[in-house]
Ligand binder design. Sequence first.
Ligand code: SAM
Length: 281
Amino acid sequence: MLSYRHAFHAGNHADVLKHFVLIELLRYFNRKEKPWWYVDTHAGAGCYALDSEQAGKNAEFSGGIGRLWQRDDLPDAMRPYLDALAQFNPHGRLTFYPGSPALAMTQLREQDRMRLFELHPADVALLGQTFARDVQRVQVRKADGFSALRGLLPPPSRRVVVLIDPPYEVKEDYRRAVDTVADAIKRFPAGTYVVWYPLLARTEARQLPERLADLGAENWLDVRLAVKKPPRDGFGMFGSGLYIVNPPWVLPQTLEAVMPWLAGVMGEDGEGGFDLEHHIE
Ligand code: SAM
């Protein structure tokens, strides 16, 4: 089933958390010259026009990036993410929202490589067009990202950031996300694996971070941004989280500086909140 299109959600609160952290991870990897690989198992379309019919339908970006764009009180640690967004909106008006592949591209150096997987025929075609001029560094494939990751580990450079960002429209995605990380850790224990997950009342969503923790990785970080209280009727997403295996040691400090502010700005009717837990040796 491929009914999910990220264009309807581009730039929402979940994208803000995920993409801010992604930029921080890649900036950290750029501290060393040694090449890295970025693997996006569920890449989406790559870049989104916010004035399109899809993005405009529920205008989710207005409760997300729309609340940050052109604010003058941003925490310093959020600047690199906003600077990356500005590259897509050079005239100051927020018109385009880059997805994870386009944002990762802002950090990519000559020696680095990206491997992008997407199953939706229309989105993979858009992704292919976006990166057509850089086939040397970026490969786009229409493939199941969960299975495709196996063939890439360990990466030649022994440095990799993997984003696992499924739509979770089907129950299977929860199980497959955990199985994929379990397998990835076996193949390449030193990789940085990032799993995005929704905050939802449904059991599979609540259990996902616990099941990832049960994999027993020594170094991990779990960050959650709630934008409202869990709905009483049990329906609907009230925030999102990222479970990261092998996060950079500087990430907790960055998140401690940003999350209280972000929860305040993103929260609806003052009901935003966050959780941050980690263990890094
Ligand atoms: N990572 C993107 C970003 O942050 O900009 C957003 C990705 S979106 C949440 C999930 C995407 O996964 C959708 O575009 C969907 O078509 C795609 N998808 C669903 N199942 C997939 C699978 N098994 N393998 C690869 N892509 C898949």
